[in-house]
Design a protein around this ligand. Sequence first.
Ligand code: CAA
Length: 248
Amino acid sequence: MQAEQRTALVTGGSGGLGEAIARALHDVGHTVLVVHSPGNASIGAWLEAQTDEGYNFIAYGADVADHASCQELAGLIQADGYHIDILVNNAGITRDATFRKLSYADWDAVLRVNLDSVFNVTRLFIDGMLERGWGRIVNISSINGSKGQFGQTNYSAAKAGMHGFTKALALEVARKGVTVNTVSPGYLDTKMVTSMAEDVVKQVVAGIPIGRLGQPGEIAALVAFIASESAGFMTGSNVSMNGGQHMY
Ligand code: CAA
């Protein structure tokens, strides 16, 4: 069955996982808007490369950690005539350090970009979804939000917070045709992971029963399913895909 065409917004949509999610949603016929950070100088080249491969995305620069910037973003999207049916809160950063070395700046940046952004962006699009009686919100968390990770008190706290948000909002909107779910990827073959020290990456892979990093496309296929009509009975879930590294 051809998927009903919707409009999706993917934050961090030009990054490793975000790009794969944007493509997977485009592949099933949705209009896909991507949000990138305001200072992203390579976005023009990225968009061109996507177009060359048949992916026509609409890009907006906004600081998802900043409420006012997100309000501006919503205004631009509305002025361009779009309403958002599918929201993927994917934007995220790491600032890894053991807790005793963790600065307030690195705590704050990770909480703001990974968790405050979920409030900032979702708050602006939830009313429209409820009014239209249909919506899908997918929050991209992490294996480390459930299992914890040495060197990631900030990131683990933010990612765990995302799933708390998912569950509470899922309850509030369940009867209005809007679902809210969390996806918790394990370690993927993206810059976020491969930019760690080589020995750390090796150690991580050694702890993954499947024996390799995940591919962004594998997570993206899961997100596309959760965003589909077929997933209407699924809400408040935390779906993990991590090569067997953490089972719960
Ligand atoms: N478990 C237990 N002890 C560990 C450890 C671990 N996993 N890793 C390091 N240590 C120990 C070291 O052996 C060392 O011990 P000694 O002092 O007794 O020799 C000590 O911790 C080192 O402590 P430091 O504070 O000096 O640590 P560091 O500055 O060298 O490095 C770190 C700290 C940067 C956090 C580094 O450990 C690291 O990169 N860890 C991996 C973090 C990680 O997995 N990040 C995921 C990023 S990708 C992502 O987040 C995507 C996703 O969603 C999965």
